[in-house]
Design a protein. Structure first.
Length: 141
């Protein structure tokens, strides 16, 4: 199904949207990192003139920023996966509908997706070309 999705005209828009989203997350991350580094540099410069209470307050604020950065970094990949699923869902829905039409037309009761675990598959039973044709996508050799 992934190969079929990459052949669909919508694929480029979906992939570009995902890439743009990932870049915006990276930009936000870089901003947070710059703010953190600025706070650390400021603390190092001011540390000698601060009271114990002021040091504690600044350290707590820096630790809170660091925690926020770590959470943002950890959630970034999850957010991209969610966006990818959201954007690819309509493509896979189209593929599923075309696959159903092809399966019924060719009398299949079961169609499996190939992967690294498959040891052998008879090329005459591969419905990829039929699904691409059903979707109106020209097959590129």
């Amino acid at each position: 199904m992934d190969y079929i999705a990459t052949q669909m005209p919508e694929y480029t828009v979906v992939q570009t949207t995902i890439d743009t989203y990932a870049k915006s997350l990276d930009t936000d991350y870089q901003i947070k990192l710059t703010e953190f580094n600025t706070a650390m540099d400021s603390y190092k410069i001011e540390e000698g003139g601060l009271t114990i209470l002021q040091k504690k307050e600044k350290q707590d604020a820096i630790l809170l920023m660091e925690d926020g950065i770590n959470k943002f970094r950890n959630n970034g990949a999850k957010l991209i996966d969610i966006k990818r699923d959201e954007l690819f869902r309509p493509l896979y829905k189209k593929i599923g509908a075309a696959l159903q039409i092809v399966a019924e037309a060719q009398g299949y009761t079961l169609i499996m997706q190939t992967n690294e675990s498959m040891v052998y598959i008879d090329a005459t039973t591969d419905v990829t070309r039929s699904v691409l044709t059903q979707l109106g996508i020209e097959i590129k050799e």
